[in-house]
Design a protein around this ligand. Structure first.
Ligand code: ATP
Length: 265
């Protein structure tokens, strides 16, 4: 049975080294008042590193423990910098779990970066062929993948031009079409996957929904609460790197929306 278990995970990023004393003082003073402001906060906690007084670090996650069982569709909500994307990256294995433990049963697929693995000098088609080669796919499977991505991304002649010439929206089309091909038991998804122009978004939504239906566990981060209400059975509300509330989707989203209504953003 697929599951995710995370115990006492804390993760911080160094953001300022040495010298700049006045900047360090300003950052720490600001951080103190931001954390105190609770739901109106932005970003993780800032503190002077325990190892070196010369390093200021952002505590992106702090003592996070959770268990996600098969069949659960979990949405992550919270203010900007609350730690949602960092948590998603930990679950995807992109960040190491320095403190704490992570136990995952089931293969994961992370829809986090639309341009992951893309080479700007190669054309869209060549990038797809390179991906197929890395995945050890045979000739027929590669051709099918190429046709699928070409049709879905709808890039016309640009499919055969170098990716560095694409607009950001065109890159999203190619990245999305490719990233949504593999199927896995655990699907981790950042909200940019719901972006794009309206025509593409409608097509993308249908493709995503079939992926979500096929996955055994979904963890998605989004500020689009209507999508979370539609897709999720459970919501984890993050605040300053910690879990503020975790429970049934409707209950947590109602509480979150009520907090947003009384807190100027
Ligand atoms: N690579 C990094 N280096 C330094 N600090 C980082 C890095 N990634 C994230 N942070 C910091 O960690 C904290 C949590 O960031 P994270 O991206 O997880 O927030 P988020 O909840 O996804 O925010 P948003 O809703 O704005 O996308 C923030 O204070 C951010 O500044």
């Amino acid at each position: 049975m697929a599951h995710i278990r995370l115990e006492d995970l804390s993760l911080s990023f160094p953001v300022l080294h040495g010298g700049s004393r006045s900047l360090k003082k300003t950052l720490l003073a600001r951080a103190k008042s931001t954390v105190a402001a609770k739901s109106g906060a932005v970003g993780g906690r800032m503190r002077v590193s325990g190892n070196s007084a010369e390093v200021v670090e952002v505590q992106a996650l702090f003592n996070v423990s959770l268990t996600i069982a098969e069949g659960e569709r979990v949405g992550l909500v919270g203010h900007n910098g609350a730690g949602k994307s960092t948590l998603l990256r930990v679950l995807a294995g992109i960040y190491e779990t320095g403190d704490g433990t992570l136990d995952i049963e089931g293969d994961t697929h992370a829809l986090i970066d639309p341009n992951a693995g893309m080479n700007g000098e190669l054309t869209g088609r060549e990038n797809i062929q390179l991906f197929a080669c890395r995945m050890g796919m045979g000739r027929v499977a590669t051709q099918e993948l190429e046709q699928d991505v070409e049709a879905f991304s709808d890039l016309g002649a640009f499919f055969d031009l170098p990716v560095r010439l694409y607009s950001s929206g065109m890159s999203v089309r190619l990245g999305f079409a490719l990233a949504t091909v593999p199927r896995s038991r655990i699907l981790l998804m950042d909200e940019w996957f719901m972006a794009g122009d309206q025509k593409f978004q409608d097509k993308a939504r249908a493709r995503l929904e079939s992926m979500v239906d096929a996955a055994e566990i979904l963890v998605v981060t989004s500020h689009a609460l209507s999508i979370l209400r539609q897709w999720c059975t459970r919501i984890i509300w993050m605040e300053g790197g910690e879990i503020r509330m975790d429970g049934p989707a409707q209950e947590v989203l109602d509480a979150y929306e009520a907090a947003l209504a009384v807190t100027p953003v």
